[in-house]
Design a protein around this ligand. Structure first.
Ligand code: C5P
Length: 337
């Protein structure tokens, strides 16, 4: 592909919301030859987000973050994203990246991966590289298995290491109640624990059944599960003590799905109406938990958010405005009309 690397016409500051994700379902099928795990993951973006401000500079890259647990050197995935893009495109220009953290760190909500994807998208624009989300996919997957999803967003299926991402025709619309246990869990440690008990399960098909089901309202979520939950609770025994209570409250308040997100430590409940979600938030807060509330972000909403942050896209592959896929509606909402 021929590309002209001319600087962006407007050298301006970009402010980008970097949204969190939850895994509505997560199946671990086996260990791959590269040491990673073969996954089927049902990703969902939610509107809880970090704020990433990217300021172009003549030279040099710098990242700053207001959260004490986020490194500001090359261990920072957002800085690595900028370095990778710089190297890939042979760019000498620099940037200052400032991240205001709202997404819990080490919570299985993809905050670091989302910040990295936001930096790729913003610098691709500011530096005038012009790869667009499809062209950035290769760089994203080298940074981490969850990063490619954040170039897509909405409700999407993740295969292979979770980095082969397919947006779904139907998009989940709902309310999410998150419980932040306030302690990080290492993803690598959870997968390593899982290996000790993993028997190959290529035939597990819950996520495929869910995706191809007739989506009978929020009841369809009942078949989804997170295969990492047991290993995560072994890794964090203090969390294991609280899980029964958290799940009990989420379900009692009407959650269609109550699950760990990714490798933890966050738990979440999915609700089809705001009233139930508020009920769950109050009950969990009263029980002493730290609770955050969010809404799902569909593929169309996610793309419109990029368009607002980056401006109209010219010359980038795969970032044309799309027709919003038909929103998925629960049977309950259909029959109540
Ligand atoms: O790709 P990322 O660096 O986010 O993954 C963190 C860790 O999670 C990896 O080092 C690996 O141990 C584990 N992982 C895995 N299989 C996947 C995704 C992640 O084993 N598909």
């Amino acid at each position: 592909m021929e590309r002209t690397l001319k600087p962006s016409a407007r050298s301006r500051v970009l402010r980008v919301p970097a949204y969190a994700k939850v895994n509505l379902g997560l199946e671990v099928l086996g260990v791959r030859q590269d040491g990673y795990h073969e996954l089927r993951s049902l990703f969902q973006t939610i509107d809880l987000h970090d704020d990433v401000v990217i300021r172009p500079r003549r030279r040099g890259l710098e990242v700053r973050c207001d959260h004490p647990d986020v490194p500001q050197d090359e261990r920072n995935l957002a800085l690595r994203a900028a370095l990778e893009l710089q190297r890939h495109a042979g760019i000498e220009r620099g940037a200052e990246i400032v991240i205001s953290k709202r997404i819990p760190v080490g919570g299985g909500l993809g905050g670091g991966s989302s910040d990295a994807a936001a930096v790729l998208m913003a610098l691709d624009r500011l530096w005038g590289v012009g790869l667009g989300p499809a062209g950035l996919h290769g760089l994203a997957r080298r940074l981490g298995a969850d990063v490619p999803f954040f170039l897509v967003g909405g409700t999407a299926l993740g295969l292979a290491r979770g980095d082969e991402v397919y947006p779904l025709h139907w998009q989940v619309r709902g309310h999410v109640v998150l419980v932040d246990p306030g302690r990080p869990i290492s993803t690598a440690a959870v997968f390593a624990r899982m290996d000790r008990s993993l028997t190959p399960r290529e035939n597990s098909n819950k996520i495929f059944r869910f995706v191809s089901s007739d989506l009978e309202g929020f009841r369809a979520f009942g078949i989804l599960a997170n295969d990492l939950e047991q290993a995560a609770l072994e890794e964090a025994p203090d969390l294991a003590d609280q899980v029964g209570r958290i799940r009990g409250i989420l379900i009692r308040e009407g959650a269609a799905l109550a699950s760990l997100s990714g490798s933890g430590s966050s738990f979440f409940g999915l609700y089809d109406d705001a009233r139930r979600a508020r009920g769950a938030q109050s009950a969990l807060t009263a029980a002493g938990f730290i609770v955050l509330r969010a809404r799902t972000v569909s593929l169309g909403q996610y793309r419109r958010s990029w368009a607002r942050s980056l401006g109209a896209w010219r010359g980038g592959a795969g970032f044309e405005p799309v027709k919003e896929p038909a929103p998925w509606r629960s049977r309950t909402s259909r029959s109540s009309r």
